[in-house]
Design a protein around this ligand. Structure first.
Ligand SMILES: [Zn+2]
Length: 347
């Protein structure tokens, strides 16, 4: 139904996560523990999802999401539902080659015995006729958030996860998700692997899908490990240059990337010419709320390298670690900035 609506130029969306209410989980924190349990927690997650949708709608966001209200973390919550991973057997590993974290271990063959997010997606679908986007972790980012004591091969484990993601994605599509997005921040770090098997495993994850597909590649949440890392990247961030040529030739429909307040040279978008581009016009690493004009400026620059009908204004990354007021302000700015450009284009 959603896709039959007249096509609006510059449809806005977020990269995925939005802040959770403080009665659900401790705010402004990654991996924040839940404050409730059992049936109360299940009900509270649904209430939070409703609220998150409402906030997106109030702000005029065109492609809505669940705000990732039912997950503690964009990677680990998905993995928690799989067989073959032991969450009690934790090892400290370096994530994204950047910071150490205690992560669960792969102890046997990985498999998905039951759907992970399908009920949540069905619930979101029942609440709105707007196009909905659902985020899943990408295969490479999944393996990079685990200790593998079984396959002992990053590539082998990535292929296994790709098959599992494909099962989940097909069921999400079947309940009416319009865009399935795979989050692959690891694509900005492990360039050889991206080109050897990263894009191939991503394509395996989206095999057979008829809905639109997206890959989100970013410089991470606004946490200290990431902002410190960004300081070491120099005056021009050219990481996208490594993965984009291969992605341009891939079956993925949309590439979601970070632009605003980053040092990514805008002309790198030229490398994915032909793809739809979710342009990050909102900085998630700062509490400062963008003005509509700042958002419009970023979009205007992006329009030099992407056709207007393929430009999707979005956020640089998820907003889970931000305060709710700040996130609300940023959603409003995104809408207002996109509207400025729509007006300019209609003249
Ligand atoms: Zn991101």
């Amino acid at each position: 139904m959603a896709l039959l609506q007249p096509k609006k130029l510059l449809p806005t969306s977020t990269a995925g996560s939005l802040p959770k209410p403080s009665w659900l989980a401790e705010p402004e924190k990654l991996w924040s523990p839940w404050k409730l349990e059992g049936q109360e927690l299940l009900d509270a997650k649904q209430d939070a999802l409703r609220l998150s949708l409402h906030e997106q709608q109030q702000a005029g966001i065109d492609i809505v999401s669940d705000g990732e209200q039912t997950r503690q973390h964009f990677v680990t919550t998905f993995i928690e539902h799989l067989e073959g991973v032991d969450f009690n057997q934790r090892e400290t590993v370096k994530i994204r080659d950047r910071y150490e974290a205690s992560v669960p271990s792969v102890v046997g063959e990985v498999s998905r015995q039951k759907p992970v997010f399908v009920e949540d997606a069905k619930f979101l679908r029942s609440l709105t006729d707007q196009p909905i986007k659902w985020a899943l972790p990408g295969p490479m980012t999944m393996i990079d958030t685990l200790y593998d004591g079984h396959y002992k091969s990053r590539e082998k484990l990535a292929w296994e996860f790709a098959k599992i993601l494909n099962q989940e994605a097909r069921e999400l599509e079947a309940v009416g998700v319009d865009i399935i997005q795979f989050d692959e921040p690891a694509f900005n770090v492990f360039f050889d692997e991206v080109n050897d098997w990263g894009v191939a495993t991503l394509e395996r994850a989206l095999e057979g899908l008829k809905c639109e597909t997206a890959v989100h590649i970013c410089y991470g949440y606004g946490i200290k490990a990431n902002t410190d890392w960004k300081k070491t990247l120099g005056s021009e961030w050219r990481q996208y240059e490594e993965a984009f040529p291969k992605l341009q030739k891939s079956k993925i429909d949309i590439v979601s990337l970070e632009c605003h307040n980053s040092r990514v040279p805008m002309d790198l978008i030229e490398l994915i010419r032909g793809k739809k581009v979710m342009v990050g016009a909102i900085d998630v690493a700062s509490n400062q709320i963008e003005t509509a004009e700042e958002v419009a400026n970023t979009l205007r620059k992006a329009l030099q390298f992407v056709d207007a009908d393929k430009l999707y204004p979005s956020t640089n990354c998820g907003m889970a670690p931000l305060g709710r007021q700040v996130a609300r302000g940023k959603l409003n700015a995104l809408s207002a900035g996109a509207e400025i450009i729509r007006q300019e284009l209609s003249r």
